[in-house]
Design a protein around this ligand. Structure first.
Ligand code: AMP
Length: 452
């Protein structure tokens, strides 16, 4: 495939020609038609795969010249470095296009940025915090935003930008295309997507399902968190075999929980990285693990992405990744440079589907190991493992029924006001102990839904 197959236009071809690019990268080829179609999309791609052009090529192809002043494309990225980098890439691609691109981020003079916005722009690249401040100041008008790109969603959520993003969704026009990119599918990314977007199309570059030959894999069926901890204690006690161990967990709360459990016995050998730790703390942890000063490193998927560490003897998947791609990324941290590596995965009953997906991708079954006899099987459950208690009078109600539907945050002021009527009626009903209307109109409707 060449760029000619994408039916771009002359200004874009000229810019690509100047850059010396002739062939789209896989994510560019995959994403082009989806972005062009106007559908919501989630692209799974890491930095360095050409993901910036993957969304910019179709956006620029379809962005008509306009002299109006408000931005039509908004690109949110987690760091100021990325703002600079993305602006730079867009400018390279826009060399022969008459458009206005602006990058804004915090820690710099907001008044200079307000001035630049007042001069008019087409594409705004921003970090979420500064973007929100500018929007609140009313200098930045959002009514023309048609496309929202969120780059590095996983990092964004890991840095704690979730609420900031939700606030931003609220002030953007409802009718817009959402384009998201994430290097890893994390639990947080999944939650955000399910809550706010209508089944976006997923685009990813096929991850090789062939694990390196020098990685041997094993699986342990473990009933719960505390038994996993007991098993880890037993395995890690063999210091000669388990001499450089990278332990993966899905999210930072779990990382802290596990750290607390291992700290007493392995205090001097243990370190941790996740995004709530300061940059210095993270760098120190990585250095100590790399040098061999610490034998065990606990890491989340997002944080471990850029890790480049040799001689990892074991990768332990303390939990089973939902997405097989994450499993492949994790185990690829061992067995590097043709050295032997071991990958272990702890799975519970509810991980059966996830294990099946991983095994299907690899076309192999991960050998199942018996739990050593001296490992105590715990019956104690942590909060996340306890069954969800169902509401007493409503056995059919699921927990997420309480969550606001996708439209909740997107409602216009006008609609929001209409809803006040309903809540007012309920208040009146509560006050007078019986409904104001004849019968409860919604009663049948509700029950009909629940019967499904
Ligand atoms: P990104 O993943 O967007 O950070 O891009 C990584 C690098 O690849 C950037 O320096 C791009 O300029 C470059 N790049 C993007 N698309 C292509 C392509 N089709 N061929 C060669 N290099 C590319």
């Amino acid at each position: 495939m060449t760029f000619q197959d994408l039916n771009l236009n002359t200004p874009l071809y000229n810019a690509l020609g100047d850059l010396g690019f002739t062939t789209p990268t896989p994510i560019q080829a995959e994403a082009f038609n989806v972005v062009s179609s106007g559908k919501d999309m989630v692209g799974i791609a890491q930095t360095g795969t050409g993901k910036t052009f993957a969304y910019m090529l179709p956006i620029l192809k379809n962005l008509k010249f306009s002299s109006q002043e408000n931005p039509r494309v908004l690109i949110l990225v987690p760091t100021r470095e990325l703002v600079v980098q993305v602006v730079d890439e867009i400018e390279k691609l826009s060399k022969y296009i008459n458009n206005r691109v602006l990058g804004v981020y915090g820690g710099t003079n907001i008044n200079t940025q307000k001035q630049a916005i007042a001069n008019g722009l087409d594409i705004l690249v921003a970090t979420p915090g500064r973007f929100y401040d500018l929007a609140l100041s009313r200098v930045l008008q959002l009514k023309s935003v048609q496309k929202l790109v969120i780059d590095e969603v996983d990092v964004m959520l890991d840095l704690g930008f979730r609420h900031q993003l939700i606030n931003i969704f609220d002030i953007l026009p409802e009718k817009r295309q959402n384009i998201m990119f994430s290097a890893t599918m994390t639990r947080d990314v999944d939650i955000l997507i399910n809550e706010f977007f209508k089944s976006p199309e997923r685009v990813s570059i096929a991850v090789s399902g062939t694990p390196l030959e020098n990685i041997s894999q094993q699986r342990y069926n473990v009933p719960n968190f505390y038994t996993k901890v007991n098993l880890l204690h037993a395995l890690l006690s063999d210091k000669d075999t388990y001499n450089k161990v990278l332990i993966f967990v899905a999210y930072k709360k779990m990382a802290d929980k596990l750290f607390a459990q291992l700290d007493e016995k392995f205090h001097d050998e243990l370190c941790l990285i996740h995004s709530n730790k300061t940059q210095n703390y993270r760098l120190r942890s990585i250095e100590q693990f790399r040098d061999g000063e610490n034998r065990i490193l606990i890491a989340t998927d997002v944080m471990a992405r850029g890790l480049d560490i040799d001689n990892v003897s074991h990768v332990i998947n303390f939990d089973t990744p939902d997405y097989p791609e994450n499993y492949m990324h994790r185990i690829g941290r061992t067995g590097r440079a043709e050295r032997k590596g071991e990958a272990l995965v702890f799975s519970t009953k509810k991980d059966a589907d996830a294990i099946a997906r991983i095994e299907t991708l690899m076309h192999m079954t991960i050998p199942l190991m018996p739990i050593p006899e001296d490992v105590t099987i715990s019956t104690e459950l942590i909060e996340e493992e306890r069954p969800i208690i169902k509401e007493r009078n409503n056995p059919n109600k699921r927990r997420d029924d309480d969550a606001p539907g996708p439209a909740f945050h997107e409602k216009s002021e006008k609609n929001a006001k209409e809803n006040l009527g309903g809540s007012y009626k309920f208040k009146i009903a509560a006050k007078y102990k019986k409904p104001k209307t004849k019968g409860d109109k919604n009663y049948n409707k509700r029950n009909k839904n629940f019967k499904k």
